[in-house]
Design a binder for this molecule. Structure first.
Ligand SMILES: Cc1cc2nc3c(=O)[nH]c(=O)nc-3n(C[C@H](O)[C@H](O)[C@H](O)COP(=O)(O)O)c2cc1C
Ligand SMILES: [Fe+2]
Ligand SMILES: [Fe+2]
Length: 402
């Protein structure tokens, strides 16, 4: 059949594309959809690795049946219980009532809580194996990447790692599923956005899990979203995960502002130009009301410096800026440079109220936070430019080679 996609002789891709959902987790825009990847290993036993969102179960089962016909599925391995992957388990049990479900203790607690399923379970822990004929699948726990029950399944015969959401990206798989056969630039960008939004808080756990991979001979990574990683793009994917999970910002700055009437915006531009004047090429300036939070978070993970400006709004930080600061806090992004500015009309509060953010994050403050009243004067614009220059200088000190 034309839609049979083989990863290896015995491993099939049986995932689906979702171009209907507007917001992933009802939060993050899916500008070009998302895929829910599932994989079928046809050996002496038939083994399915994860399922798909319930909305796509019909298409999913038909795809599986085209491959195995009336043969039953012997095992379902549940690497991740989030409903974008576990959503079809209930239906799967109806289609294949004798299926055994493989997971760890936490998987099964959630399986009961979400789907009231508690029979035919095979509990595995770190290092356990499952013989499915000509191969012994092994299991490695990957807690908090990005849920507590997450585990990886490794097939030592074909050297394939099934990595749950790790190395996942947004974007549907159009035309092909392999990294070498897709527009990788797009997926690399989307991997960063996915990481920042979905996995971001758990850098330490990602690092621990990456160390485990060192001992495995992996040729192909099959994640639950986005392309299948072969030796073509594999190293790039690992590099992104390693860099982002270490919270390693590159030489560059994101200047983020909120502005109702344009005054804070003008100042932001001057600050950005001050940074640029120091030879920093990667300067991105975003209006918080125009650029979605997911892209802002992606760039906060990407760049070392964060400059933030807010008008005072009913004695407070402008709400969309406060939202971003909160999202950054939740993700525990570490080791950044920060500069703060703001505006007001009668009693400034925004700058004062942003100070605890810097203290809590323990980021290095560059320059003096300052606030303007009404429209920025020429002096105030110059001050903004100079603040930008300070940020640029500090970046040049930190990255002398770049
Ligand atoms: C709904 C609203 C609430 C505001 N609340 C305050 C306030 O509590 N204190 C203050 O000094 N200015 C307040 N301002 C004034 C703005 O901070 C001021 O107009 C600032 O220059 C706006 O910057 P912008 O031109 O970048 O939007 C408020 C403005 C609006 C529209
Ligand atoms: Fe997930
Ligand atoms: Fe997922």
């Amino acid at each position: 059949m034309t839609d049979q996609i083989k990863i290896t002789d015995s491993i099939y891709y049986v995932g689906v594309n979702d171009r209907t959902k507007a917001l992933f987790e009802n939060l993050w825009p899916l500008t070009r959809g998302v895929s829910y990847n599932s994989y079928l290993i046809v050996d002496e036993k038939v083994t399915l690795i994860d399922t798909v969102d319930i909305c796509y179960s019909e298409q999913f089962f038909r795809q599986i049946q085209r491959i195995i016909g009336d043969r039953p599925i012997d095992y379902l391995i549940v690497d991740h219980m989030e409903p974008d992957h576990s959503g079809s388990i209930g239906m799967l049990k109806k289609w294949y009532p004798n299926i055994s479900i493989v997971g760890n203790k936490l998987t099964f607690k959630m399986l009961q809580e979400y789907y009231d399923i508690s029979d035919n379970l095979i509990t595995v822990k770190e290092g356990d194996t499952l013989n499915i004929g000509s191969r012994e699948l092994t299991f490695a726990m990957a807690p908090m990447v990005h849920w507590p029950e997450v585990m990886f399944t490794y097939d030592p015969k074909d050297k394939v790692l099934f990595s749950a959401d790790a190395f996942g990206t947004f974007g549907s798989l159009d035309g092909n599923v392999f990294d070498y056969a897709t527009n990788l630039d797009f997926f690399m960008e989307e991997m960063e956005r996915y990481y920042a939004c979905i996995v971001g808080k758990y850098g330490k756990f990602v690092q621990k899990t990456l160390k485990k991979l060192d001992s495995l001979d992996v040729k192909t990574i099959c994640a639950t979203h986005g392309p299948v990683w072969t030796d073509f793009g594999f190293k790039k994917a690992l590099e992104v995960y390693d860099r982002l999970s270490k919270y390693e910002g590159k030489k560059g700055a994101i200047v983020l502002y909120g502005s109702m009437y344009g005054n804070t915006a003008v100042l932001a531009d001057h600050i950005a130009r001050g940074i640029g004047s120091k030879g920093i090429k990667d300067v991105v300036c975003y209006d918080v009301s125009r650029t979605d939070a997911s892209y802002i978070l992606r760039d906060i993970f990407r760049y070392k410096a964060f400059v933030v400006g807010s008008p005072t709004y009913s004695d407070n930080i402008y709400p969309p800026i406060a939202n971003i600061l909160n999202l950054v806090k939740i993700r525990e992004v570490s080791d950044r440079l920060v500069a703060i500015f703001g505006s007001c009309s009668w009693a400034g509060q925004a700058v004062r109220k942003m100070a605890p953010f810097q203290e809590e994050m323990k980021w290095e403050l560059v320059g003096e936070p300052y606030e303007i009243k009404g429209a920025p004067s020429e002096d105030e614009l110059l001050k903004g430019y100079q603040l930008g220059q300070q940020v640029g200088d500090r970046l040049n000190e930190l990255f002398p080679e770049d």
